[in-house]
Design a protein around this ligand. Structure first.
Ligand code: ADP
Ligand code: ZN
Ligand code: ZN
Length: 817
């Protein structure tokens, strides 16, 4: 009898590939193990065994596998079930899913580039002969491909050697960044040397009799250092003396205290849980009870809790329950909200049971987490991670939490699989018969709609923790301010007033501006020409810091122009405004305060994001200017004022979700204000203060927003009322993509009639020299999604059989929003 395996390989093939194996291989192999296989003329891939059988393929001669790579499966049946669902639902191949699902170290292939791991010293005597040969070669050559290694070792089956070297951490795969180590600077204070003599100290304390709060701080400093005999952290000092950070700051300013920093090694985390979870307040306790009741009838429940209501503490209780039942827990977050703040908070409660899975971690670390989850190790009972963490080999999930469930970044846009992590998490939970809790202060329309339809349970918390009031939100009409000449640059008199007030009291300010760079575009005052990207259909944006013009789509860069490219005039003007310009202006307005900026440009480097957050947390920065990066679940204690510099460019964004997103974004930034006892203040500058969304934001009127937006979605046939699938075509030849798009839309229309929109050129119709066309298929509730997809696949197949269209790239995006 002959034996065969069907193998998933990480490339977009419509069908699985079949290889022949021997009887003993068939006896040994299990579904979910890896094998290395030849493909095409000379390629090598790592494949996952999907099926073992005796049927020879009919249309080709099955090749033999090269080698078996595992002793036991690294992918389990539940994962394969999930992969299948993703491939079907999002209309991609199992190979696409496999590539997204596995850490790259698991899928060595001919294209993999291997180099020496320079971070770790390797004791060469621990290497086997073949490992040493490869390692040795990497001393002389910066990188090798699989085929080079085949030549060096003079044998075909080299993946096991490479796997062993990876396990020993001797080599690394290219495209990798190692960023786990995050040194944290901690702020300490001591008494200034001027007061080291007894006499000077007495005099100081006498002088401070008139400033009892300050005196209290000094006394507390003494008592802490007497007790601990260690440097005193500013944070300990403020907590124990019950003084505001402003008082400590004033003591530093007066030269009585001296501040200094010590680097704290976050990696030295002891691994012990050192805190009990917090007792819930009444609102939280009721919410917890309601969530549990809701889970009795709904596997999915939405927790709608206002910002700072303490949702995280409620999650913690649910996690404790799941752990008690011996279940695994997955806590999903948008990448950017996965801050050290939150990681530390959970590690304090759960110690080593928390594993973090982050794209910024090295392959080695990701493989470690993978293996811990696979073994169901104590170390990985709770996985905290961004969207890709749901591909981990869980075998007994009890609970999935999707925090900030409204966040757009849960959707992967490119490459395939174009999946939405929240929706996929629901399916994953189903496979495990686990519960899913979606949490947000500003739920997505689709989740709230599902709750209204009673598909999901719904639980609300409408009070902030400690009964802190929701911030007071004020709309500032900048059209009127301009008219009355009450603007300084982009700052209204109201904003300047409120800023001055907050800063004077030692409180912090956040300024939100939805654009990075100095100003979006540069325009010639004489002829109106704006410099364009040569590869894309957009104007370049000006970045003052480097005096450059840049394209945000393809990364094209040129030096700022001295004169107009079209007419030669030197009168170039910048239109609009970005974070960099706000930063400049605020520095001029408040020269005595420390300003920092947080956007893609300032956080690109290693630890960039963490550094800014830490500095702000530790009150080293007074004013933080930033983009939406600021909105994500950050818990700052001392922010009094938040300002949205210009609400209009959010509202006017050309997208059917622009209004919903603006509402979410503005409420989320507002939520950063006044999280402790002082009531926060929010100023929203706009040309259009009567805009319904702004009214809803200023009243924190989620339901008002929901009803009005749902109305529009009904009227204009948008999700969540209709489903939609976007088909994008691209090609470097405009005529070709145009003809192809017209053909495709016409064929789709024959089936779906008026529910096909387009083809249309997107707002940016050319990117990296490729022309784009979009077609949108809208799917009414009563129409079968499955049948719709089948029809689309059929039309696509005819499309692909037309010779002229073969070079046109076609991308299908299900739920493209
Ligand atoms: P949310 O996620 O809803 O915005 P958080 O969970 O971050 O809110 O809570 C806001 C702040 O209130 C945090 O600093 C948290 O430690 C504190 N907090 C929330 N609940 C409690 C509680 N029951 N006891 C003590 N502190 C709490
Ligand atoms: Zn470009
Ligand atoms: Zn000009």
């Amino acid at each position: 009898m002959q034996y065969f395996v069907d193998v998933i390989i990480p490339i977009p093939l419509q069908k699985l590939f079949t290889y022949s194996i021997t009887k003993s291989e068939a006896d040994f192999l299990k579904i979910g193990m890896r094998v290395s296989v030849p493909f095409g003329k000379s390629k090598i891939y790592t494949g996952i065994v999907y099926n073992i059988h005796n049927e020879a393929p009919t249309v080709y001669e099955a090749k033999e596998i090269h080698q078996i790579l595992d002793d036991s499966p690294i992918v389990n049946q539940k994962q394969l079930q999930l992969w299948h669902w993703i491939a079907d639902y999002y209309m991609c191949t199992l190979g696409d899913v496999m590539r997204a699902a596995l850490p790259s170290a698991f899928i060595l292939e001919s294209e993999t580039i291997i180099s020496k791991n320079n971070i770790k010293e390797i004791n060469e005597s621990t290497l086997k002969d073949d490992e040493f040969l490869v390692y040795e070669a990497l001393q002389h050559q910066s990188s090798l491909k699989i085929h080079d290694i085949v030549n060096i070792l003079d044998k075909k089956n080299v993946l096991p050697v490479i796997n062993r070297l990876l396990e020993k951490n001797a080599i690394q795969l290219d495209e990798e960044v190692y960023e786990k180590y995050i040194p944290k600077l901690v702020r300490y204070v001591k008494l200034h040397n001027n007061f080291s003599s007894e006499a000077a100290l007495h005099k100081l304390l006498d002088d401070l009799n008139r400033a009892p709060k300050q005196r209290q701080v000094i006394m507390t400093l003494f008592s802490i250092s007497a007790k601990t005999k260690k440097p005193v952290k500013v944070s300990d000092l403020t907590t124990e003396s019950d003084a505001s950070p402003a008082i400590v700051k004033s003591l530093i300013d007066k030269g009585i205290l001296e501040e200094y920093h010590i680097q704290m090694d976050r990696i030295q985390y002891s691994g012990e849980a050192n805190e009990d979870s917090k007792d819930l307040n009444d609102y939280q306790a009721i919410a917890l009870k309601e969530i549990k009741e809701s889970f009795a009838t709904h596997n999915i429940t939405l927790l709608h809790g206002v910002t700072s209501s303490g949702k995280t503490e409620v999650y913690v209780k649910l996690i404790e329950d799941a752990l008690q039942k011996g279940k695994q827990v997955l806590y999903l977050l948008p990448e950017i909200a996965l801050t050290t703040q939150l990681i530390t908070r959970l590690q304090n409660y759960f110690g080593e049971q928390v594993s973090v899975f982050h794209s910024r971690y090295s392959t080695h670390e990701r493989v470690e987490v993978w293996n811990n989850v696979l073994k169901n190790a104590a170390k990985a009972q709770i996985v905290l991670g961004a969207r890709s963490s749901m591909f981990l080999p869980f075998n007994d999930l009890g609970l999935i939490i999707v925090d900030e469930e409204h966040e757009q970044s849960f959707k992967q846009f490119d490459p395939a699989p174009r999946y939405h992590a929240r929706d996929t998490a629901v399916v994953l939970a189903n496979i495990h018969r686990a519960k899913t809790l979606l949490g947000s202060a500003t739920p997505s329309l689709e989740s709230y709609y599902n709750a209204q339809q009673n598909k999901y349970g719904l639980v609300e918390i409408s009070q902030r923790y400690n009964n802190v009031l929701m911030p007071d939100i004020e709309l500032v009409d900048i059209k009127d301010k301009h008219k009355r000449k009450l603007m300084k640059g982009h700052f209204s008199d109201r904003l300047i007033e409120e800023m001055a007030d907050a800063l004077k009291n030692g409180q912090q300010v956040i300024l939100f501006q939805n654009r990075r760079g100095f100003s979006p575009i540069v325009e010639c005052n004489t002829c109106g020409h704006a410099p364009q990207c040569p590869n894309c259909d957009v104007s370049l944006t000006y970045h003052q810091y480097r005096d450059q013009l840049r394209c945000h789509y393809c990364g094209y860069v040129m030096a700022m122009l001295k004169s107009c490219m079209a007419c030669g005039s030197s009168e170039l003007d910048s239109k609009g405004f970005g974070t960099e310009q706000i930063e400049e202006e605020v520095k001029a307005l408040f020269p005595d305060y420390k300003v920092a900026r947080m956007d893609l440009d300032t956080t690109r480097g290693k630890y960039g994001y963490e550094k800014i957050i830490t500095a702000f947390e530790q009150l080293e920065v007074d004013i933080l200017v930033g983009t939406q990066m600021l909105t994500k679940g950050l818990d700052f204690r001392n922010v009094k004022l938040v300002a949205v510099m210009n609400a209009d460019n959010l509202l006017n964004f050309p997208d059917f979700r622009a209004h919903e997103r603006s509402f979410q974004l503005m409420l989320q930034v507002s939520g950063r204000a006044g999280r402790t006892d002082v009531r926060g203040k929010v100023l929203i500058q706009t040309y259009n203060p009567y805009h319904a969304i702004l009214q809803q934001v200023s009243n924190t009127d989620y339901i008002g927003m929901f009803n009005e937006q749902m109305n529009e979605r009904y009227n204009f046939k948008y999700p969540p009322v209709y489903k939609q699938i976007k088909i994008t075509l691209k090609h470097k030849d405009y005529t070709k993509v145009d003809t192809a798009a017209i053909w495709l839309a016409k064929s789709l229309r024959q089936v779906f009639e008026e529910h096909v929109l387009g083809p249309e050129s997107p707002p940016i119709s050319r990117i990296r020299n490729q022309f784009y066309k979009n077609i949108l298929v809208k799917i009414p509730k009563k129409q079968s999604l499955l049948k719709t997809k089948e029809a689309i696949i059929k039309i696509n197949n005819s499309f692909l059989s037309i010779k002229d269209f073969r070079s046109v790239k076609l991308i299908i995006n299900v739920d493209n929003f």
